[in-house]
Design a protein. Sequence first.
Length: 233
Amino acid sequence: MIPRLELRDIAKSFTMHLRGGVHLPVVADLSFAVAPGECVVLGGPSGIGKSSILKMVFGNYSVDRGAILVANDNQVVDIATASPREVLAARRSTIGYVSQFLRVVPRVAAQDIVAEPLLAAGADRSEASEKAGTLLRRLNLPERLWQLPPATFSGGEQQRVNVARGFINRRPLMLLDEPTASLDAANRKVVIELIAEAKLAGTSFLGIFHDEEVRDAVADRVVDVTRFAAVSS
C-alpha cells in the first residue's frame, strides 16, 4: 500500500535576517510515513518543530533537504519541490488543514464560512448550506449564531466553526494543529468522533494534540520529534 504521506530525510532551518543572519536549525533526518486511515501524532515539547512540520507538509514552509511525498489516486507529488501551482492543486484535491485559529474574511456569516469549501468544490449552495448546518449543530454551535460573523464569537465558538469548515469537505490527508485547544469536553468528544469516522473512510491524519486524553483517543502512533531535533553547529 502506498503511504498517503511520506517524509524522507527532511532538514529544516530558519535564517533570521533581521538578527544578523542568525541560523536556527529545526529538524534533521526527519523520516516517517502515514498510511491511509491512520492518525499519526507529532509529540515533543513546545518549540521542538511540530507546527513547522505541518507547515512544510502543507507547503507554507520550504525545506533545506529531503522529500515530502503526498499520494492521492496513485498520483504522488513531492511538496518539497512542487511549484506553487502544484501545491495549490494538492491542497484542493488532497491536503486539508485545521489550525487552532480561525482566519476568514470579515463580516461573512458562520454558516457560509463552513459551506465555502463545498461550494468551491462545485456543490449546490443549498446542499452545502445544509451540510454546514449539520456540522455546526453537531458541534453544538447555537443556531442563532449561524448567520452572524465569527469575529463576535468566543474563542471556543470560533474554533467550532473552524473545525466544521475543515471537516465539511475533508481531504484524503488532514493536518490538525491543536484543533481542540479551546474546546470544552463535549466538543472535544465530537472532534474525536469526527476523526474516527474519517479514518474509517480512509482519511489520513497528521496532528498535534497537547491534550493527552484527545491524543490517546485518536493516535495510532506518536512520532517523537525530539528524535529529529537539529543541533546548532
